[in-house]
Structure formats: C-alpha cells, structure tokens
Design a protein around this ligand. Structure first.
Ligand SMILES: Nc1ncnc2c1ncn2[C@@H]1O[C@H](COP(=O)(O)OP(=O)(O)OP(=O)(O)O)[C@@H](O)[C@H]1O
Length: 290
C-alpha cells in the first residue's frame, strides 16, 4: 500500500514538473489539404490549468488545429508536444499514455446514435481499459453523467431522445470518462439558447476548477470568451496572430481583433460582463457592511 501511495505521489510530482507549465506546445505548424494551406508557421502554447479560448473567422483552421493536436490530422511540418511529449509521428501505442490524459467534445457532440448515453460514455473506458468489468464501467458512467449535470435517468436514453443541451452534456460526460487532465471542446455552446449556453459555461468552469483541467476551447461565443476563458488565441492569416487576455487583445490594433471584440456583439458582451462585475462588487461591499 505504501509503495502504491509513493508511486501515485511520484506521478503527481512528475505531472507538476513536466513541460514547464505548458500543456500543449505547437511550433511552426503547417497543415494543408491539397493546394489549400490551412496553417503555415503556426505557434501556440497552452498553459497548464488555463481555459484557452480559440477564436477566428469561419474556416481559419480552429478545428483542424485541434485535430492536429490530438493526432487526427497529420501536419506537413512542425512540432506538437502535449505534456512535454512529442506527438507527431508517434505510433498509437507510444502515445497511448498521453492520449488517455485527454478528453474531446467534438462539434455537435458526435455521440453514437445507436448507443445509449451511458454506453457512449463507456466507449473510451472499453477502448483504453478493456479489463474494467461491466459493473465498475456502469458506475463510472453513471458518475460522469451526474457530474455534467444530467439527471441520472439520462443514462439509458438514446441521443435522439435528448435536447441539444443534454446531448452536449452527454458528450462532455464521455470526454470526462477517463478523468482527463486536458479537455478539448469544439464549439460546445453552438446551437444552445443563451440560458443553456451560460449553464454549460458555468459547468465547464466548475469542472475545470474542481478537476484542475486544462481546457482548449474553440468558440464563436463572445459570452463564453468573456465569462470563462483565462486567455484567448486568435487564428487569422494561417497563424495564431495574438494570444492574451481580452484586455491584452483589445490593446492590439489588428483590424479583425478590433472588429470582433469592439463590434456590436463584442460591446454587448463587454457590457454584460461589466454589469456582472459591478453586481459582484456591490454584493461584496454589502457583505462587508453586514
Ligand atoms: N477533411 C478535410 N478535407 C478537406 N478540407 C478540409 C478538411 N477539413 C477541413 N478542411 C478545410 O480546412 C479549412 C479549415 O477548416 P476548420 O474546420 O478547421 O475551420 P474552422 O476555423 O474550425 O471553421 P468554423 O469556425 O466554421 O468551424 C476549411 O477551409 C475547411 O474546408
């Protein structure tokens, strides 16, 4: 038992020091489809424990970047490291230890329509831990389903029986199945009503804090960027043209960034955040007076 605790502790310490605080490091990435070059000379660092929002116009290559990082898109050139381990050109077996440490919520949820929610959540467990028995697998799936705020009776339902918001949560439960350190979310709030989107954002933030996750979050949702992202990376001109807090991005003079954050929707999102901050400050003051 003591040896077991020691090895868990060693693993924890290793995880803390690996990669110098960087969860994902991308250097000089080039990807293309035939003649179409999607990325050229793209660099990006994702810090451990942050929620990094990834934005850019439609077709700028946000999803392709995510796919390149998780090994579904072979780049023409460049280097990608996850938790300090090089990922490009690694055989599936070699990179298995790192693959187990991430979970992915694809655009639209990408649930298997012929499997129930619980069976969907169990897919990665079956794939990576085939020796786990059926009962434990069911218990893990039920726990993950509850963790994402879905009711317990969602487990035996099929994706078609769920609302869009519930399907996203089911996809999130599957992404969390292996207790990941790193979560990839591709447009998680797309198609949700504003209340559902805000609830999903809250859930993401809560899970990220309690589980200590690093989150790579592709979004077009300005409210998401303002409310839960620690930093934002902007894709344009085949590269990441800027990374920083929204205030830092606003200090740049890139026309796309200015139009994006200072356009009517950006201003509305800023105003909403400022209202929320004002409310929180007023509540804190009132608490202090009590
Ligand atoms: N499998 C593929 N075959 C050919 N072209 C592709 C493929 N996947 C993506 N592309 C192209 O690569 C470019 C970037 O696509 P990607 O899906 O990464 O954009 P995106 O920034 O995520 O866009 P959106 O915000 O609209 O989702 C697009 O022009 C797209 O058509």
């Amino acid at each position: 038992m003591a040896a077991e605790i020691e090895s868990v502790e060693e693993e924890r310490v290793e995880k803390a020091v690996e990669g110098n605080g960087i969860a994902i490091c991308v250097r000089d990435l080039r990807t293309s489809f035939g003649d179409q070059i999607v990325h050229d000379g793209l660099d990006l660092d994702v810090r451990k424990g942050e929620i990094l929002g990834v934005v850019g116009g439609s077709g700028t290559g946000k999803s392709v970047l995510m796919r390149a990082i998780i090994g579904l898109q072979i780049p023409d050139r460049g280097e990608i490291e996850v938790f300090g381990e090089p990922m490009i050109g690694r055989l599936d077996d070699e990179a298995l230890a790192i693959r187990k440490r991430w979970g992915v919520l694809f655009q639209g949820g990408a649930l298997f329509s012929t499997l129930t929610v619980a069976e969907n959540v169990e897919v990665p467990i079956r794939e990576y831990y085939p020796n786990i028995g059926a009962q434990l697998r069911d218990e893990i799936a039920a726990y993950k389903i509850r963790m994402t705020g879905l009711p317990a009776d969602a487990g035996p339902k099929y994706p078609a029986e769920l609302s869009g918001g519930m399907r996203k949560r089911a996809g999130l439960a599957r992404a969390l199945a292996l207790d990941p350190d790193l979560l990839f979310l591709d447009e998680p709030t797309a198609g949700l009503d504003p209340i559902g989107a805000a609830a999903f954002d809250d859930q993401t933030r809560r899970l990220q804090r309690t589980l200590g996750l690093t989150v790579f979050l592709i979004t077009h949702d300005l409210d998401t960027l303002y409310s839960i992202c620690d930093r934002v990376a902007v894709l344009a001109d085949k590269k990441v043209i800027a990374v920083g807090t929204i205030d830092e991005l606003l200090a740049t003079d890139h026309p796309w960034i200015q139009e994006y954050f200072n356009g009517p929707r950006g201003r509305a999102a800023t105003a909403a955040v400022e209202r929320e901050r004002g409310k929180t400050a007023a509540e804190t003051q009132a608490d202090g007076r009590r």
